[in-house]
Design a binder for this molecule. Structure first.
Ligand code: E4P
Length: 217
């Protein structure tokens, strides 16, 4: 399972990279705005800064919602760095754009996916990644994990190579359950990755080991 961090915060990206388990980064316009990154040139530069920190794929989202606009923006984003994956929303023009990018060797991440049907379309168009937003489904009392399981079943039935990128991860149990279902990738905040470290028996066990060592040395 690949671990992506879902942020545009360079310090957090560095911290996750330093842990040695990071495989990539996802961003979106809201995450960029949260870091105060505005203006096309600053946004493009920020993507390059992220690529220079991580060894792995970095999703960069198009803003246009029409086919031509998405192609223009996506090609510009893909040119920035070989690690860039163009993030395209699951709308009609987006499906056409994903097919175009696939045919032209540009990798894509189909975002804002909330149903198995949308995931099937993304795979048919050749998306590299599909991003079902499980936390946002949970927020409206719909089981996000059930969607991951449905997509896994459908992709396995037909051997689709599109990778399931479980997105909108909120906590460690999302990560663990996505791993049990077989999501290819998860993207979440640093806390969802670091949370995997924690267990009180590890802390008390280590404390005891160190105390016992001190007694004999
Ligand atoms: C995915 O690529 C999105 O950036 C993200 O996971 C959305 O998460 P949120 O629902 O926590 O905003």
């Amino acid at each position: 399972m690949k671990f992506f961090i879902d942020t545009a915060n360079l310090d957090q990206i560095r911290e996750a990279q330093d842990l040695g388990v990071l495989d990539g980064v996802t961003t979106n316009p809201s995450l960029m705005a949260k870091e105060g990154i505005t203006g096309r040139n600053n946004i493009l530069k920020h993507y390059v800064d992220i690529c220079n920190i991580v060894d792995g794929d970095v999703s960069a989202e198009v803003i246009a919602t029409d086919f031509k606009g998405m192609i223009k923006e996506g090609e510009e984003l893909a040119e920035l760095h070989p690690q860039i994956v163009v993030k395209v929303p699951m709308i009609k023009e987006g499906v056409k754009a994903i097919k175009y990018f696939t045919d032209h060797g540009i990798r894509t991440n189909c975002t804002l996916v909330f149903s198995a049907g949308q995931a099937l379309l993304a795979a048919k168009a050749g998306a590299t990644y599909v991003s079902p937003f499980i936390g946002r489904l949970d927020d409206i009392s719909t089981d996000g994990l059930e969607l991951i399981a449905d997509i896994r079943l459908i992709y396995d039935n037909y051997g689709f190579e599109t990778q399931i990128l479980a997105a909108s991860i909120r906590h460690t149990m999302h990560v663990i359950n996505c791993a049990k279902i077989g999501a290819d990738v998860m993207t979440g905040p640093l806390s969802s990755i670091e949370g995997l470290l924690k267990h009180p028996l590890t802390d008390s066990g280590l404390k005891q080991f160190l105390e016992d060592y001190k007694k004999g040395n």
